[in-house]
Every structure is written in structure tokens, then in C-alpha cells.
Design a protein around this ligand. Structure first.
Ligand code: DHB
Length: 389
């Protein structure tokens, strides 16, 4: 088959790109190896930047975010048994929204299908042919094993950190670092423990008390990367969470899901090869502290939408040429912020007494100064989108 833009991956990046392109009259085909219900059920990120929410609403991708999402006017950072509030509207004039990624995906899939989007589930990309030509082609196989070729004018790899498109665009891999810890995550049936998210750093390690709804909460605590999620009892999990949130009362309830998230920072060496481009987790991964992953994917797409429109509507290749350089500026800011938040709040297994005391100094310096609080708040609520290419 032929289309103008072939998009591999029906996550937030791929679906939002198809949505924005359609608004400009540019057709696309979106494929994903997963089935629709798996995409809509997967538990992922929870926090949307103000700019992400504004875009979802203004582009008609989701209005439910305003009705069913929750505006959060800050976060709390806890250490030494005390909480420190970061008041985002006072510091930046912006807020963030709690609206789970699977809800964003549910809205996007519904909007795309209602618009007649060619969206194919259970179709696995196996290769990109002629990536650098003006007719790059995605080779794929469907659930029945039938081969499919999608010939396009632009191919977009939005197929996540294990996707196939990255191998073509950035065969040498990328810049990365690993971390000597992970998060043990749970979903539990309980009322929220606080009005905003709590990032807590204690001697026993880090915990994040996040939320999903009035009746379901998401919580994480720092663990070793090879922890087996099945190996801990509910009683042990609550004991770990309590140890890492001294001075705070946690609302407990039945644990309905548990998983372990490994930490990694990664940026592909190349974001583009000819007419084949990477966005979202296919292009980069950040550790979860600071909630930048999905928001960064959205920022990539805002920029790539501009570049593809310039190419396919005006015949101007310049913006696509400049896409990697312009996108990389925000990518590396988000990389810095995510690894800074991670190192600020976690206890490294090999930390010396000096390291621990230095980190306490940094926490006091940050929370004790309005400039410090604003530094964090500006990054957390999200920088304005770059649109000039
Ligand atoms: C969540 C995850 C994060 O990494 C974060 O910084 C805030 C919230 C979450 O899953 O709720």
C-alpha cells in the first residue's frame, strides 16, 4: 500500500502525529504490533505538562482530560521527615495534570478511528527499506503472518525503545547511562494520601506517592534493578513504603498490580536518516523521576508535524533537515532534568557519607530558596514548545 506518512507505533507519539497531520490534510497509516485492548490497558505515565494538555484540547484529541483529569498545582518534596511544597502556579503561572497515559491513548484511538484513520493493530514492522530515498518503505507482517509493504514519502519510528526503526536510523546506537536502582511500582485501591504527588527521599531510599483516581493510587519505591516483583508480600511492600515516607500518613489498601521499572537514560546518535525519523521512546529514554517521558514525546511530535507539513505541503526540506538539531535541544534539557531529579532524590548503593550529606545540602538549598523552587517548577511544568524550525 501507499500513503504519505507511514507511522510505526500507536503510542502517544505515533497517534498524536497522525492526528496533527490529518488536521493539515496529510494522510497516514499507523501500525502497531500490539492489539488495541493491550495498548489501552498498559499502565504507564501519569503526569501531563500544561503544554501537553493545551495541545490535546486545542487539537480536539481529548477534551476528557479536562473533565476526568485532575489539575495539580504543585508537588511536595519530603526529606528529614518534613514536606516542602512547590507551588507551581505561584512560581511559573502553570500547572500539571494527572491523567494516565492509557486514558490519553484511549482518547486518541477513538478520535483517530472516528476520523477514518487507517490504524492497524497486530501488525509488526520488521524493517525499513530505502530509508534515505524519497520513497522509504516499511516492511511489516500481520497477525496471520501475511507480509505488508507500506510505501511512503516519510517514515516515522514511534515504536518505543525496542523498536525496529531505530536500527535503520541510528545503527551505531546512542548515548546512554544506566542507574544502580529501579522502582518497585504498585497500583492499590485506596484514597489519595495527599492532594499533590509526594517525592520523598529518606535514608531507606526514595518513594513517590502518586495517584491515578479518587479510588486507585500509584506508588513507587526505590529497589534493586533485579528485584522480582512477585517476591515481596503486600505487608513487606507497605513496610518499605512507610520507611521511605517518615512523618507522612499513607492510605493503604489492596494491591492490584505490581511491577519493576528499570532506569535508563538514552539518546539515539541519529534522529533522522533521509526521510526516516525517530520520535518519542524510539529516539530517547529518560528515567521516570520528573515525569518527562510522554511529555517529551509530545514535544518531538509538535516539531515533526511542522517539518512534515513544510516538506509535503510546501516542498521545503529545510525544516526536516533541521529537526534533529532543534529537537535535541529539548531532549537534552529533559535528559538533564530527569537525571538531576533522579540523583537528587535516590540513595546510590555505593554512596559515601560525604555523598549523602552533600545531597542533604542540595535538598535544603533547593527548597529553601524561591529561585531553587522555581528552577525545579519551570522544568517540571514544561518549557514552551519549540515550533520554529
Ligand atoms: C508518575 C511517574 C513519574 O515518574 C513521576 O515523576 C510522577 C508520576 C506516575 O506514574 O504517576
Amino acid at each position: 500500500v501507499r500513503t504519505r506518512v507511514a507511522i510505526v507505533g500507536a503510542g502517544p507519539a505515533g497517534l498524536l502525529l497522525s492526528h496533527l497531520l490529518a488536521a493539515a490534510g496529510i494522510g497516514s497509516i499507523v501500525i502497531d504490533r500490539r492489539e488495541r485492548d493491550e495498548i489501552e490497558r498498559t499502565v504507564r505515565a501519569g503526569i501531563l505538562e500544561q503544554g501537553t494538555v493545551d495541545l490535546l484540547v486545542s487539537s480536539d484529541a481529548s477534551t476528557r482530560v479536562l473533565a476526568d483529569g485532575h489539575r495539580h498545582d504543585g508537588i511536595e518534596l519530603r526529606f528529614d521527615g518534613a514536606g516542602h511544597r512547590f507551588d507551581f502556579p505561584a512560581l511559573t503561572g502553570r500547572s500539571v495534570w494527572l491523567y494516565p497515559q492509557h486514558e490519553v491513548l484511549t482518547d486518541l484511538i477513538a478520535a483517530r478511528l472516528a476520523d477514518g484513520q487507517d490504524l492497524r493493530f497486530g501488525v509488526t514492522a520488521t524493517a525499513v527499506r530505502d530509508a534515505a530515498s524519497s520513497r522509504p518503505t516499511v516492511v511489516a507482517v500481520d497477525a496471520d503472518g501475511a507480509e505488508l509493504e507500506i510505501e511512503a514519502e516519510v517514515v516515522v519510528g514511534a515504536d518505543g525503545s525496542h523498536g525496529v526503526v531505530r536500527k535503520t536510523v541510528s545503527p551505531t546506537g546512542g548515548h546512554f547511562r544506566e542507574y544502580p536502582f529501579a522502582w518497585f511500582g504498585i497500583l492499590c485501591e485506596a484514597r489519595p494520601s495527599n492532594d499533590v504527588l509526594v517525592y520523598s527521599s529518606a535514608d531507606a531510599g526514595f518513594a513517590l506517592i502518586s495517584q491515578r483516581s479518587e479510588s486507585v493510587q500509584r506508588m513507587y519505591f526505590q529497589c534493586e534493578p533485579d528485584t522480582d516483583p512477585a517476591a515481596m508480600s503486600d505487608v513487606q511492600i507497605w513496610a518499605e513504603l512507610r520507611k521511605r515516607t517518615p512523618g507522612m500518613r499513607l492510605n493503604e489498601g489492596p494491591i492490584i498490580r505490581r511491577d519493576v521499572l528499570r532506569f535508563r537514560s538514552f539518546v539515539a546518535h541519529e534522529l533522522r536518516r533521509g526521510r526516516t525519523v525517530l520520535v518519542g521512546d524510539a529516539a530517547h529514554t529518560v528515567p521516570p523521576t520528573g515525569a518527562k517521558g510522554m511529555n517529551l514525546a509530545v514535544a518531538d511530535v509538535v516539531l515533526l508535524d511542522r517539518a512534515i507539513r513544510a516538506l509535503l505541503l510546501d516542498g521545503d526540506e529545510g525544516p526536516l533537515d533541521r529537526f534533529p538539531e532543534v529537537a535535541a535541544r529539548r531532549i537534552w534539557k529533559a535528559q538533564h532534568f530527569s537525571s538531576w531529579m533522579t540523583n537528587l532524590l535516590h540513595t546510590a548503593p555505593d554512596a559515601t557519607d560525604f555523598d549523602r550529606r552533600r545531597r542533604q545540602g542540595e535538598l535544603h538549598m533547593l527548597t529553601g530558596s524561591e529561585s531553587g523552587r522555581r528552577y525545579l517548577a519551570e522544568a517540571y511544568t514544561g518549557w514552551p514548545f519549540d515550533t520554529a524550525l
